[in-house]
Design a protein around this ligand. Structure first.
Ligand SMILES: [Zn+2]
Length: 398
């Protein structure tokens, strides 16, 4: 049985590899250029879907068919680990091919090394919540099934606590991995001082401002980190005026004050998910439901619990934009945002499915907040396009 499964997995992997190989061929052929990005995007999405299906197949086959001699809990744990392993390994092996496709979508934006890091972080952001939920439920199944406190059960408790730690750490961990570039000391002390003064005016504290040296990759972004720290990439800093820089800082500083509320919501979600997981585990231990049903429940809970978190993060983004409009001004924030999208090669992209609204949508929202007309949106996008045209020559030298 195990051999059959291994053969099926190998065949599926080969198909997947061929498909991704086709991505590169397709986009290099004589397709009309206007359509190429759409097909490349669709094929990239297809590749990650297939990868997800493969990972699920690996989880089921290892957890329930190969490991049939283990207890139900351990099989669920093995399934969770196999899922995370297969999902990330799949992306890793295909990175070279998907990079070629990505490079057609956004030429010269990322070096292969930076692309690989971001790809792995994205894969982990999908695989980690699902895999860790399975590990959590698996260890719970064996914990609630009773028995003497021997070494096995203690190990089980350790796995359970480890899974909880992973579960609570995962978001910040992924965020840290996703940070582009190498953090370094901020080069302009006068701007840093202005940002710190702004923080005090907004009733918060900026403990440290970092610059992210992105090297050959071209990435614009600013990030509110833990411990009152903000990081901004050199590519973004190089195109911002002083006031646009402060508008970006105001947006990020607002995230500091939002954090407490987000943590509160995340904690209550974790509590609900934990209770559901415990009930599922107890039902498995009592023999009322099959282990694979418990894995299904854990997966559904993990997927569902991310919905309110995504909604909160969207609301936080709008709220942070409002704070920047209030403290610095709508015009400055709008041109800073348009420049960010431009450097990232996303000036013409709609933002469906992301935390941030699409550029045009977001600018309109800010214009309304600042009582500005629609011409302000046009102005901001023009500032962005100017940067997009020159940015390949911009190098950070301040
Ligand atoms: Zn933000």
């Amino acid at each position: 049985m195990g051999f059959l499964l291994a053969a099926a997995l190998a065949a599926a992997a080969a198909v997947n590899g061929r498909l991704s190989g086709r991505i590169a061929l397709d986009s290099a052929s004589n397709q009309p250029p206007a359509q190429a990005p759409v097909s490349v995007r669709a094929t990239l999405r297809l590749a990650s879907l297939i990868n997800l299906a493969l990972a699920t197949a690996a989880a089921v086959s290892f957890g329930f068919l190969v490991a049939s001699e283990f207890s139900a809990g351990i099989r669920v744990i093995i399934g969770g680990v196999a899922f995370m392993g297969a999902a990330t390994a799949g992306e890793w092996f295909l990175a070279r091919q998907t990079f070629e496709a990505y490079n057609r979508l956004r030429p010269g934006q990322l070096t292969y090394g930076d692309y690989k890091v971001r790809l792995m972080a994205t894969a982990m952001s999908v695989a980690l919540p699902l895999g860790v939920s399975a590990i959590l439920v698996g260890s719970l199944i064996d914990l609630v099934s009773g028995g003497a406190w021997n070494l096995d059960r203690l190990a089980n408790l350790a796995v359970f606590l480890f899974a909880i730690a992973l579960w609570s750490l995962q978001w910040s961990a992924i965020r840290l991995v996703l940070l582009p570039g190498k953090p370094a000391e901020f080069p302009m002390s006068d701007w840093e001082l202005d940002a710190k003064t702004l923080a005090l005016n907004m009733n918060t504290r900026l403990n440290d401002l970092l610059i992210l040296r992105t090297g050959k990759s071209r990435i614009a972004g600013a990030f509110a980190l833990g411990g009152g720290r903000i990081a901004i990439t050199d590519d973004l800093l190089a195109v911002l005026s002083h006031d646009e820089f402060l508008a970006v800082m105001a947006h990020e500083l607002r995230h500091f004050t939002q954090r407490k509320r987000t943590v509160r919501v995340a904690a209550s979600i974790a509590l609900i998910a934990g209770v559901i997981g415990a009930i599922a585990a107890w039902l498995v231990a009592a023999g009322s439901i099959a282990p694979f049903l418990a894995i299904g429940i854990a997966t559904a809970v993990a997927a569902l619990s991310s919905v309110p978190l995504v909604r909160i993060r969207r609301k936080n983004e709008d709220d942070a934009d409002a704070a920047a409009v209030e403290t610095i001004g709508a015009d400055q924030l709008m041109s800073a945002i348009a420049k960010t999208y431009a450097v990232n090669g996303r000036l013409n992209e709609s933002g469906s499915g992301t935390i941030h609204r699409g550029l045009h949508d977001r600018l309109l929202n800010i214009a309304t907040l600042g009582n500005l007309g629609e011409d302000s949106v046009v102005r901001a996008i023009r500032a962005g396009s100017a940067v997009a045209r020159t940015t390949s020559q911009v190098s950070f030298s301040r």
